[in-house]
Write a protein that binds this ligand. Sequence first.
Ligand code: R5P
Length: 319
Amino acid sequence: MELSQKGAPLKLFSLSSNRPLAEEISSHLGIELGKTSVSRFSDGEIMISIEESVRGCEVFVVQSTTDPVNETIMELLIMIDALKRASAKEINVVMPYYSYSRQDRKARPREPITAKLIANLIQKAGATRLISIDLHAPQIQGFFNIPVDTLQSIPIIGDYFKEKHLEDVVVIAPDHSSVTRARQLADSLKAPIAIVDRRGPRDQEHGTSISNIIGEVQGKTTIIIDDIIDTGRRVTGAARTLDEHGAKQIYACCTHPVLSGLSIDLLEKSAIKEVVVTNTIFIPEEKRLSKITQLSVASLLGQAISRIYENESVSTLFT
Ligand code: R5P
């Protein structure tokens, strides 16, 4: 990729949560990752040192806020502070996965809105822009008073499924809140959708409740889509319901493979044939099931970074 050199030099840094993704982005952009080191004081406090000048630079920092979540958030905030004090001109936070995003409104009395709290912290630290992928709720953009570019992974996931030439596809929303996302994938695959209509208290052990399907899945190739697979309960619960309703094949996909707790075990034992995820979150070796396929968002992020740097439209990436 050719980057025209404008006034402020572009610098790309990686923190510790997903260096392989940052390296892929850097080779896409044709620039080296900036030199920085992250270490710990003996009491666990984080120390960051930026080992090259960033004065007057347009800086992009790649950090998904993933397990250990609180550590990776703190690392990011300290890096932003360091960049601000080192006179970086722009501090663009590239946060492919935005943690704490699921508490995005006060659903019950006395609940926090952590998505807003994280937005406040990032801005207060000194970030001038946020770039993320498939935010859990689009309104999180409005929690910021700086520009927020939200990229979409559905075109990448859609292209992957198109190449499989599957027949009789139905895209599945694992609950009512996932219908918009299911519709987007279904549009790209020219397929109908069906919805898992989950009601009643959740069975903690199996993640089930009374479920029905709105739509036709008997004898169909089904693709469940969610934004996050965390404990894996929602997606495997949906798969069980699809199986009971006679689906021929079951695929699952998501943008952010959080894969905590017993998720790997649940996915392995489920009727799901393949789980397609992206690399917004690094998956350690011990969690790499053979049925998990990881698609890269590096080129998407690279293009977004270069467009932001060149003052070009980012939304046209999706039109
Ligand atoms: C919830 O609002 C999200 O969109 C996902 O459905 C949820 O995070 C999945 O969680 P789990 O894998 O733990 O069921």
